[in-house]
Ligand binder design. Structure first.
Ligand code: FPP
Length: 257
C-alpha cells in the first residue's frame, strides 16, 4: 500500500540551500529531460521497455562523467505525473526498472560519493519502491561528490500545488505570517528546497518542450534541445553541451556594461 511522506519544512529547508552560480564558467547544476527511449526501441523493432533499459545505462555513464566535468548537481526526469497515462505494461515495467536500478546501483553510488535524492510525490508509488528510495537516500546522505536528484512521479505544477498546501497550513497554524510570503519563502516548500536552481536544462530527442519540469527553478536556466535520443546520449555530447554553456552570457535580467 502506498504511503505519504510528509516533510517538516522548517527542519528540511531552513539553511541548506546553496546558491547556483558556478565558481567556474561551467554549469554547476544540470537538469536533464531524458526523452526518446520509446522511439529508440521502436526503431529497432523492440518493445518500448527495451529503450528504457538502454536509457538506464546512459544514466550511469552521465553520473560517472559529472565529477570530471565539474557538474556537482545532476537532476534527471525519470517519471512524470503524466506518465501514468501510458499503458499498464509500460508503467509496471518502468516501476520494476526503478526498483532494480536502485537495488543494483546502491553499492556503486555509495562508493562513488554520490548523494541521491528523489523529488516528486511518493504517495502514488508502491511501498516497496518508496522503501528502496528512502534507504538509498539514507545510505548516501553523507556523500557530497555529486548530488543526483531523481524526479519520480514528479510534475512541477503538482509540486507547486503541494508546496502551496503546506504553506497555507503553516499560515493557518500561525507558523507563517502572510506578509512574509515572497520569492524566498515559496521555494522552501518545494521538493527541491535544498538544491540550487539548475543552470542548464537539457532535453534530448528533438522535442523543444519543458513538459512540467522544474518550472519555478528553471526561470533563469539556459536550455539545450538536442536531437539525440536519450539511449544514444554520450558523455562526449554531454561535455560538448557544457562547453557551449560556458560561452553563454547569463545576465539574469540585468545588462552587462
Ligand atoms: C521518456 O522517453 C523517458 C521516460 C518517460 C522514462 C525515463 C526513464 C529512464 C531513462 C530509465 C532509467 C532511469 C532511471 C533513473 C533508472 P519516452 O518513453 O517518452 O520516449 P519517446 O518520446 O520516444 O516515446
Amino acid at each position: 500500500m502506498a504511503r505519504a511522506t510528509p516533510r517538516d519544512i522548517s527542519v528540511t529547508c531552513d539553511s541548506a540551500v546553496e546558491t547556483s552560480s558556478a565558481a567556474g564558467r561551467g554549469p554547476r547544476h544540470v537538469a536533464i529531460i531524458m526523452d526518446g527511449n520509446g522511439r529508440w526501441a521502436t526503431m529497432r523493432g523492440r518493445p518500448r521497455l527495451f529503450g528504457h533499459h538502454a536509457g538506464a545505462k546512459r544514466v550511469r555513464e552521465i553520473v560517472e562523467a559529472c565529477p570530471d566535468l565539474g557538474v556537482k548537481y545532476l537532476t534527471i526526469f525519470a517519471f512524470s505525473t503524466e506518465n501514468w497515462k501510458r499503458t499498464q505494461v509500460e508503467v509496471a515495467g518502468l516501476m520494476s526498472l526503478f526498483r532494480r536500478y536502485i537495488t543494483r546501483e546502491t553499492r556503486q553510488l555509495c562508493d562513488e560519493g554520490v548523494r541521491v535524492r528523489f523529488i516528486g510525490d511518493r504517495v502514488r508509488l508502491d511501498a516497496k519502491l518508496v522503501s528502496l528510495m528512502d534507504t538509498l537516500e539514507l545510505m548516501t546522505a553523507q556523500n557530497d561528490k555529486v548530488h543526483l536528484t531523481i524526479a519520480l512521479n514528479y510534475g512541477s505544477r503538482d509540486e507547486v500545488a503541494r508546496a502551496t498546501k503546506r504553506l497555507a497550513e503553516d499560515v493557518a497554524q500561525g507558523r507563517l505570517d502572510p506578509k512574509d510570503v515572497d520569492e524566498e519563502t515559496l521555494p522552501k516548500y518545494l521538493d527541491t528546497c535544498v538544491l540550487p536552481d539548475p543552470d542548464l536544462v537539457i532535453r534530448t530527442s528533438g522535442e523543444a518542450r519543458i513538459s512540467n519540469f522544474l518550472l519555478w527553478q528553471s526561470a533563469y536556466a539556459e536550455y539545450e534541445f538536442v536531437d539525440t535520443l536519450w539511449p544514444d546520449f554520450t558523455r562526449a555530447e554531454f561535455a560538448r553541451l557544457l562547453d557551449s554553456y560556458s560561452a553563454r552570457d547569463r545576465r539574469f535580467g540585468a545588462v552587462t556594461v
